[in-house]
Each structure stands twice: as structure tokens, then as C-alpha cells.
Design a binder for this molecule. Structure first.
Ligand code: 4AD
Ligand code: MG
Length: 459
């Protein structure tokens, strides 16, 4: 039976027969035999294989194996006399399934820079760090579903192609079958050709999730989202994944409680189930990462209103590039100062000016601010953005007019406020920013398999 290396290393009995499929990491010859380190992607650790010179293909094939070659190895699992591993596989058969020319294979034993690895995104998951990121990412995704399903939330598949720009920031990619050659009104007509109106790739599943929250109660959507903003930062992607819960009969306070509880759940789950990979990040990517995440789990998150945050920033001894005054959109430098230098832990900022937030956020009684919340974390900045939604028909209607939104096109969204409207809330957690936070990876391009950013979309 073929086994995965993680199972062999954790559960394999010495004396048992094992067959593994994997890729050679290194080969070392010594006297009459060779050591092979085999990795199959199931875990960080390699399986050490002893290949005796008596194997029939020893000089013809095994002595030519190099990094990247694919092999199937069968043999007996034995206790390893050497340090570094508890067991090793004594091969009686090694089949070379696929060769990798050492002159051409770009992954050598030395450590490669992440920038270089981005140029070979088809091979980089074979490295220790990127393999570990992939496994942690998979576990986090599983954790998201576990968290919600255990709490009776229903998953809603919201559309990828949409006709509503939820965030109203005009950052949508247009979807059309036509090559748009015209400009102005003619271009608009061409774009409308397929769906009868202009359509784009979704920037958020929120508005559609609201529809289902007002029917099923607690729901979530977890899918890819697209933003055509020309941001070249280590926190922005043109295509990223977002987790968006939406809860009926729920105010801003409960919304924040869910966000905090969910984040803590995901961190605990990963620390428990991805120990070996997390150790790698802790030692080599962000020193002390595991302790940092543990304290995030143990401590309460901070809370501050936008207005209070502005006061703190105005009093700060730090010189900011972007001047601070009530009404500005907080910049990354402000967010990071608040969470890294003042609070030194995750921080909810609430009640932003309505003028800098989308139309759907609930207007507060002061008439100036909305029931918004952003969660800021040290090292990343904004990781969650959410709000209580405007459930009052008239208030929403005038907010939409103010924002220049075509109310006819959003008739369905307004209907939700006509027929059984209830207070409801939700948020969006950027999945890649979460993976960055959990792994300590400095650049968001390392935590998604195939990053898309302005000017770059390999594979
Ligand atoms: O704050 P945002 O824009 O909120 C929304 O889209 C709401 N509709 C969510 C909701 O209430 N259901 O985005 C939410 C999160 C951000 O906090 C950030 O973590 C992430 O999505 N995000 C990005 N991640 C990577 N690249 C980008 N370009 C991102 N833009 C936002
Ligand atoms: Mg936001």
C-alpha cells in the first residue's frame, strides 16, 4: 500500500513494509550505498531512504538521481541509527518515475529568495516555505468552514459575475465577450451586449449574502473577489479570497464578537494542527510568531472609535506622511501606529465618518458616522472590514441617492428593507491577509498560489 510521508513518520511501525511516491530533495553517496531525502508534500519533513549498491538499477539510475526527480520507493521501515529522524526506509525497489535534469532544474539546495521563487510559481510549492504556506492555507480554509458549520451558518455561493459594485469604489473588472474597440457610449453598449447591462467580476459577495441572511438567518460566503485598484503593496492583490459572514438580527457589537471569536478559533486550530509548519515560520520567517499568535488568542482585542483614534493620532509624537484630521480615511501608517505602537494587539476601530464608507453602512444617530468596524492587526493593518447594515428603507434610499447609485438597479436590495427588514450585520475577512498574519510572510504574493497584481499574472 502506498502511504504519505506524514503518516509514515507519525504512525509507521518499524518493521512494516512501505511504498512512497515523492520527489528527491537530495542524494548523498557514501561507500557502497546512497542516502536519498524524499519529500511528497504531505509534510515539511523528508523521508530518509537508504539505497544499497546492490539494487539492480543502482549505478545506472540511482546514482544519477538529483533534486526534483520523481520516484516510487518500496522497502522496510527501520529505526534510524542516526540523529535527525526516528525512522528510515531501506529500499528494495526504487522506480524512477520522472527525471529532472540537474542542469535545468531551478531549485537547488541553497535558499532561494521569495522574489526569485515568484518567477517560478509552478515549482515554488516544492520548497519548504511555500509548501508549508500551502498546507497552512488549506487548514485555515477548512477551519473557516468548521467554524461556521459548527455554529449553524449556511454557506452561500454568491456570484463571481455581478452587476452591482458593492463597495462603490469603481474598482470592478468589466466582463464582456467583445473586444472593446470603441470608446464612450459605444464602448458602454458593447460591454452591455451579453447580459443586457454592464457586468463585472465581484468585489464582494456581501449584498447577495444579505439576501440570504434575511431568509436563512446566519450565512457566509467564501470565494474569490477581484479589485482593479492599482495598488503595488505587500498587502494588495487584484484577485483575493474573502470570508464574508452575514447575520440577521445582529448589531455591530455582536458582529465584532463573532469576528474576534472566529479569528481566535482559526489561530488555535492552526497552532494545534500545523505544528511542524508553524515551527518553520516561527524559526525562520517571523521570530517568535507562535508566542505572538498565542497571546492574540489569550488577550481581548482592543476597541476604539474613529473619533478617539483621530485624537490619539493628533497627539502622537510621530510625524505622519499623510496629515491627520477628522474625516480622513485612515492610511496604513495611521492604522499601523494605532495597532502596533499604541495598542500592541488587534484593535477594532468603529464608527467611521459616513463620507468615507460605502452606502450600505448604518447611519448612527449623530448623522455623521456609520456603524462600521475595521479590525487592525500589528504587522498587517486592516484584516477585517465590516458593519451593521442600513435596514431603514428611507435612510438607505437617501444614502444611495447621495452616493449617486442607480436606485432602480438596486430595487432588489431596497426590497429587503420593505419586506421584513431586520437589523443585520456582517464583515469581510481577507483570507490572504489572514494567511500572512498566521505565517508571518512579509509579502501577500507568497500566500496565494498564483498571485495576480497589476502588471503580473503568471501561470
Ligand atoms: O474592507 P473591504 O473592502 O470590505 C468589504 O468588501 C465588505 N463588503 C465586507 C463585508 O462587510 N462583507 O474588504 C474586506 C477585507 C479587508 O479588510 C482586507 O482584509 C481584504 O478584504 N482586502 C484585500 N485583500 C487583498 N488584496 C486586496 N486588494 C484587498 N482589498 C481588501
Ligand atoms: Mg476596508
Amino acid at each position: 500500500m502506498t502511504n504519505r510521508i506524514n503518516k509514515i513518520l507519525t504512525e509507521g511501525k518499524t518493521g512494516s513494509r512501505q511504498t512512497v511516491n515523492g520527489w528527491v530533495r537530495t542524494r548523498r553517496d557514501t561507500g557502497s550505498f546512497s542516502f536519498l531525502e524524499i519529500n511528497d508534500g504531505s509534510c515539511l519533513a523528508n523521508l530518509q531512504v537508504i539505497a544499497e549498491g546492490t539494487l539492480p538499477n543502482y549505478s545506472e539510475e540511482i546514482k544519477k538521481l538529483s533534486a526534483g526527480c520523481a520516484v516510487t520507493v518500496s522497502g522496510d521501515l527501520k529505526e534510524s541509527p542516526a540523529k535527525g529522524q526516528a525512522v528510515e526506509l531501506h529500499a528494495d525497489s526504487i522506480i524512477v518515475v520522472g527525471w529532472a535534469d540537474p542542469e535545468e532544474y531551478p531549485l537547488q539546495k541553497k535558499r532561494h529568495s521569495f522574489e526569485f521563487l515568484r518567477e517560478i510559481s509552478h515549482l515554488r510549492p516544492r520548497t519548504n516555505a511555500l509548501g508549508a504556506v500551502s498546507r497552512v492555507r488549506s487548514r485555515l480554509s477548512w477551519g473557516v468552514h468548521n467554524y461556521f458549520q459548527q455554529r449553524d451558518f449556511f454557506q452561500i455561493h454568491t456570484p463571481v459575475i455581478t452587476t452591482s459594485d458593492c463597495e462603490g469604489a469603481g474598482e470592478m473588472f468589466t466582463v464582456t465577450t467583445e473586444k472593446v474597440e470603441k470608446s464612450g457610449a459605444d464602448a458602454a453598449a458593447q460591454v452591455k451586449e451579453f447580459f443586457g447591462k454592464s457586468a463585472g467580476l465581484t468585489v464582494s459577495g456581501q449584498l447577495q449574502a444579505e439576501v440570504y441572511a434575511l431568509a436563512l438567518g446566519d450565512v457566509y460566503t467564501f470565494g474569490p473577489t477581484f479589485r482593479a485598484e492599482k495598488s503595488h503593496t505587500s498587502r494588495h492583490l487584484s484577485e483575493f479570497w474573502m470570508i464574508e459572514p452575514e447575520m440577521a438580527f445582529c448589531d455591530l457589537e455582536k458582529n465584532m464578537q463573532i469576528a474576534e471569536e472566529m479569528l481566535k478559533y482559526l489561530l488555535s486550530d492552526v497552532l494545534e494542527n500545523c505544528r511542524e509548519d508553524m515551527q518553520l515560520f516561527h524559526k525562520f520567517i517571523e521570530k517568535g510568531l507562535i508566542d505572538k499568535l498565542q497571546s492574540v488568542i489569550d488577550d481581548d482585542f482592543g476597541h476604539i472609535s474613529y473619533t478617539e483614534a483621530i485624537e490619539v493620532l493628533l497627539k502622537a509624537e510621530k510625524q505622519f506622511e499623510y496629515p491627520v484630521s477628522w474625516g480622513i480615511d485612515l492610511q496604513a501608517e495611521h492604522e499601523r501606529y494605532l495597532t502596533e505602537e499604541v495598542y500592541k494587539r488587534p484593535l477594532f476601530v468603529t464608527d467611521y465618518p459616513s463620507s468615507i464608507k460605502p452606502f450600505y453602512m448604518r447611519l448612527n444617530d449623530d448623522g455623521k458616522t456609520v456603524a462600521a468596524m475595521d479590525l487592525l492587526v500589528p504587522g498587517i493593518g486592516e484584516i477585517v472590514g465590516g458593519s451593521q447594515r442600513e435596514e431603514r428603507y428611507d435612510v438607505l434610499y437617501s444614502r444611495m441617492l447621495e452616493a449617486g447609485i442607480d436606485v432602480e438597479q438596486y430595487g432588489w436590495y431596497l426590497d429587503l428593507r420593505k419586506f421584513g427588514s431586520v437589523p443585520h450585520s456582517g464583515f469581510g475577512l481577507g483570507f490572504e491577509r489572514l494567511v500572512q498574519y498566521v505565517t508571518g510572510m512579509a509579502n501577500i504574493r507568497e500566500v496565494i498560489p498564483f498571485p495576480r497584481t497589476p502588471g503580473s499574472a503568471p501561470c
